[in-house]
Write a protein that binds this ligand. Structure first.
Ligand code: DOR
Ligand code: ZN
Ligand code: ZN
Length: 391
């Protein structure tokens, strides 16, 4: 088979450190098969499947199941993320070692969508992780500051009468976890950074030599709480869309490397959990098939990143953070051909119903976005081409 790449940009295959694939438990919204197709179409060759499945991925049986199913589907390398604690919002450490040494070779652990709020538990997890040389990812949210929260705490939420999710709920945990990472020498990864203050803390922590990395989502780069005005739950996400000023700081921090990479937080939800009242809706949005285009719109077009920079934030840094490369070498150099070919001149209109996910909760519905993934190759084999996934 001949792939014509005239006019296309070749990038190392994208790696998403934060994907919710919903299997097991919510196969009505996404499966490993449909999520893998979405990933391949989005230019991804590896995704890290988050642990907040039902049951929670807190043991070797579940992570091996996810890993095996990913292999069977064969469209993208599915790396299961193990839960740090047992059960939903658990208060006991899971057997990280058993999962790390299972067939799935788990190399990243995370909370299960509920922040590990207990500092002692988090410190023990970080200590444990250093012995295993794995990374601990955390959804930074002090739960006692977000009780009943419905939107970013600020002017807009106040005007709409929505209970606020303060920036401090995120920043307090990031500050605490960075100090614990310094104390333990552990590798900490901060999920979906959403505030200017959080970026400032990360800048400080990195300057101290703390081994911390951080991701930002496409939606926190592009969208802000202006969108709350419509009360459309498609815009409900956790952490919430912050202010336009926050989004600007996040874009600059990503360009600078204070934020390491883009991760989607791809979070499929059933129609009934989004087509409802704002307060009843579940937080989360699809991200795999739109991520590259949102990065082009927010980072490439304004001149904040060149294509080399896109490779860094979509592939190289995620590979380094998750330990998928040797000594920080870019993944495409000397490695099997995990490649993504992008048409930089193409523009396309997002239609949730046309995405490969079972769910359709995209905040970009009807939006015209720049840059399109044309072909994805996983170890030399075409996994997606011209809008069609193939296994
Ligand atoms: O918006 C979100 N959705 N944030 C999370 O932390 C979890 C995720 C989900 O699983 O739906
Ligand atoms: Zn989260
Ligand atoms: Zn998430």
């Amino acid at each position: 088979e001949v792939v014509d790449a005239t006019g296309l940009i070749a990038l190392p295959g994208f790696i998403d450190l934060h994907t919710h694939l919903r299997e097991p438990g919510r196969e009505d919204t996404e499966t490993i098969a449909t999520g893998s197709a979405a990933a391949a179409l989005g230019g991804y060759t590896a995704v890290f499947a988050m642990a907040n499945t039902d049951p929670v991925a807190d043991n070797a049986v579940i992570v091996e199941h996810v890993w095996r199913r990913g292999r069977e589907v064969g469209l993208v390398d599915v790396y299961p993320v193990g839960a740090v604690t047992v059960g939903l919002a658990g208060e006991r450490l899971a057997e990280l070692g058993t999962m790390a040494n299972s067939q799935a070779q788990v190399r990243m652990f995370s909370d299960d969508g509920h922040c590990v709020a207990d500092p002692l538990l988090m410190r023990r997890a970080l200590e444990y992780s250093t012995a295993l040389d794995v990374v601990i990812a955390q959804h930074a949210e002090e739960p006692r500051l977000t009780v009943g929260a419905q939107a970013h705490e600020g002017e807009r939420a106040a005007r709409l009468g929505l209970a606020g999710w303060p920036a401090a709920a995120e920043e307090a945990i990031i500050a605490r976890d960075c100090l614990l990472a310094r104390q333990t020498g552990a590798r900490l990864h901060v999920c979906h950074v959403s505030t200017a203050g959080a970026a400032e803390l990360l800048r400080w922590a990195k300057a101290q030599g703390i081994t911390v990395s951080a991701e930002v989502t496409p939606h926190h780069l592009l969208l802000d709480d202006e969108r709350l005005g419509t009360f459309d739950p498609v815009n409900k996400v956790n952490p919430p869309l912050r202010t336009a000023a926050d989004a600007k700081v996040l874009r600059e921090a990503l360009a600078e490397g204070v934020l390491d990479c883009v991760a989607t937080d791809h979070a499929p939800h059933a129609a009934q959990d989004k087509d409802c009242e704002w307060a009843a809706a579940r937080p989360g949005m699809l991200g795999l098939q739109t991520a590259l285009s949102v990065v082009v719109a927010t980072m490439v077009e304004p001149g904040l990143l060149d294509w080399r920079g896109v490779a860094r934030v979509m592939s190289e840094r995620p590979a380094q953070i998750a330990g998928l490369t040797d000594q920080g070498r870019p993944i495409a150099v000397g490695e099997p051909a995990n490649l993504t070919l992008v048409d930089p001149a193409a523009r396309w209109t997002v239609r949730g119903g046309e995405l490969a996910s079972i769910a359709a909760n995209t905040p970009y519905e009807g939006m015209e976005l720049p840059g399109r993934v044309v072909t994805t190759l996983l170890r030399g084999k075409v996994t997606a081409h011209d809008g069609k996934a193939r296994s």
